[in-house]
Ligand binder design. Structure first.
Ligand SMILES: Cc1cc2nc3c(=O)[nH]c(=O)nc-3n(C[C@H](O)[C@H](O)[C@H](O)COP(=O)(O)O)c2cc1C
Length: 210
């Protein structure tokens, strides 16, 4: 079996973390790079990622996250927050970044910029919010795969009240919305769920070859 698939079998949504184990700065940087390098639609990366180290903030989040123990026990808590209503300015900033990174004149990207604006800015507000949150899900997936490669445990989480997390972290004031939380660290030896067999659809059920 490939290492990638072995890692997928190794990882599980951790229910109980060992609060005494912390991930190193080097590993944290590796995970941040995995998030940063994740592909996104058009390449816009319409989200911000908050590494919540403050124990006080984590204690405030726990009750609005179904009381889940991972929120306070895991080494790190990472909140993915999508841009609620992507703006023309955000697209312009991205185009500027492309031109600076690739040493291109800004005019050479005018067609692509107009194309992105015509597709995205015309979306209804709800759709803009959903579209940008989908991009954050990809980044979380990449984080999970990268963590598994380093045998770092992750719990992906939708089990929280976004409005309340937004308020605690001041995300609404930044035009952001808490899409996902991930807790990252090391499984507790007593977390029984690490021994559960994976429950997945069979290939026959999941795939259709046409
Ligand atoms: C988007 C998403 C949200 C999830 N939310 C939670 C959560 O709030 N709390 C939790 O303990 N597990 C959560 N899970 C974990 C899933 O229940 C778990 O990934 C799934 O049952 C498959 O099991 P495995 O990841 O252990 O292989 C979430 C998973 C995903 C992908």
């Amino acid at each position: 079996m490939s290492t990638f698939l072995e890692n997928q079998n190794w990882r599980y949504a951790t229910k109980k973390f060992d609060a005494s184990k912390k991930i190193t700065a080097e590993d944290l940087n590796f995970l941040k790079e995995a998030i940063r390098l994740t592909a996104s639609s058009y390449g816009l990366q319409p989200y911000k990622v908050f590494i919540v180290e403050s124990p006080e903030l984590r204690a405030k989040i726990q009750p609005v996250a179904w009381g889940q123990s991972q929120i306070v026990d895991a080494s790190h808590l990472i909140v993915f927050a999508n841009v609620v209503s992507i703006s023309e300015e955000e697209i312009n900033q991205y185009v500027k970044n492309i031109c600076e990174t690739r040493d291109l004149p800004i005019e050479s990207m005018a067609g692509y910029a107009d194309f992105m604006k015509s597709k995205i800015l015309s979306l209804p507000e709800d759709s803009k919010n959903i579209w940008s949150s989908k991009q954050a899900y990809l980044a979380m997936g990449n984080l999970m795969n990268a963590a598994a490669e380093k045998q770092i445990d992750v719990t992906p989480m939708e089990g929280f009240v976004p409005e309340q997390v937004n308020e605690i972290l001041g995300l609404d004031k930044l035009g952001l919305n808490a899409t996902l939380i991930t807790t990252v660290g090391y499984r507790h030896a007593e977390d029984v769920s690490q021994h559960y067999k994976k429950v997945r659809k069979s290939q026959e059920e999941l795939f259709t070859t046409l």
